[in-house]
Design a protein around this ligand. Structure first.
Ligand SMILES: [Fe+2]
Ligand SMILES: [Fe+2]
Length: 325
């Protein structure tokens, strides 16, 4: 491949890297066929594959509630959301696939890598959805957290990812309205419904904090630093978490719910939320070792779907190769 770093001399590599950095510094975008440093490619693959897998695995917690929605209207909107999330996964894995091609890997490898634990998905989607209020909370706050992150990533220096995200965000906004509507209905409901909502918030709060990644104690980790230098992302984990708290703590309180953190307050002088950190070690293990309450069950479900649908992929690939020849 023309754009693979190892086929260039050290001097050529240095020059290309300089041009590449100058290009992203000028705010220009990188396309799939453009030359890119190997570590840029690897960072993008990790990020976009994890994002795509999280969309697919993230459809499962809510899918569990599709047969049990309280009304037809809720069933229709929940089904539409679940389908959207699978579509987001499809779109993102295609973006990752283009980056994988020069490494001789395919989209199927992404899924297989997740099955053997080489690729991960977000901690929130390892959690159990024990009540209808969990489905409401996911739409409202998990999609809300996703919008905060995706709005930043939509400015990524990698053009195909930025383009895909602009389209995805439009649908994520609908998801957040759908969740908000469900939360308001429960908040306006019976004492038992309000209790269900509070209980869901209590259980999901630590995972929501972790959604943005652990805090950067003692400075940025090399991955984040590299992603910021390459303009794949522009904000740190903590900046994103603060944005989320800015937006949602007042909303939670306005709904008459209680933020499940006795110590949280807004420090006016520092202009930031001071809050109790989640158990990041446990949550990191949930992602790294797939040991969340529903991790194995959902991975097994995905494996069954992946293997049952293998014939569709094989038929499409065969048709594609016939068209090419
Ligand atoms: Fe999504
Ligand atoms: Fe969504």
């Amino acid at each position: 491949m023309v754009n693979r770093t190892e086929q260039l001399t050290a001097q050529e590599q240095e020059l290309r890297l300089k041009e590449f950095l100058a290009k992203i510094e000028r705010g220009e975008k990188i396309e799939a066929d453009d030359w890119m440093p190997e570590d840029y490619r690897i960072q993008l693959i990790k990020l976009i594959a994890m994002h795509g897998l999280s969309e697919i695995m993230g459809a499962l917690p809510e899918k569990e509630w599709v047969p049990k929605t309280p009304t037809l209207k809720r069933k229709l909107s929940l089904m539409a959301k679940v389908q959207d999330e699978m579509g987001h996964g499809q779109l993102l894995l295609r973006v990752a696939e283009d980056l994988l091609k020069p490494l001789g890997k395919t989209r199927e490898d992404i899924m297989n890598d997740m099955f053997v634990g080489r690729l991960k998905f977000h901690n929130v989607f390892h959690m159990a959805t024990v009540s209808w209020a969990d489905a409401a909370l996911i739409g409202w706050l998990v999609d809300g957290a996703a919008i905060v992150t995706q709005k930043m990533l939509a400015h990524s220096s990698y053009a195909p990812y930025a383009r895909a995200l602009k389209r995805i965000i439009l649908e994520e906004r609908f998801h957040a309205y759908h969740g908000e509507d469900m939360v308001i209905a429960l908040g306006d409901g019976t004492p038992m419904q309000r209790e269900m909502m509070q209980d869901a918030l209590n259980r999901w709060w630590p995972a929501l904090l972790m959604f943005f990644g652990p805090p950067e104690e003692g400075g940025l980790k090399s991955n984040q630093e590299m992603n910021i230098r390459y303009k794949i992302r522009t904000k740190t984990n903590e900046e994103l978490r603060q944005e989320f708290l800015d937006k949602y703590v007042p909303q939670i309180q306005a709904l008459g719910l209680k933020v499940p953190d006795e110590n949280i307050y807004y420090d006016e002088a520092a202009k930031k939320w001071v809050y109790t950190h989640a158990d990041y070690t446990y949550l990191r293990d949930v992602i790294a070792k797939n040991q969340g309450p529903r991790s194995q069950n959902r991975l097994n479900l995905r494996k069954i779907g992946f293997s049952n649908n293998a014939w569709v992929r094989e038929a499409l690939l065969k048709k594609q190769s016939e068209q090419i020849s």
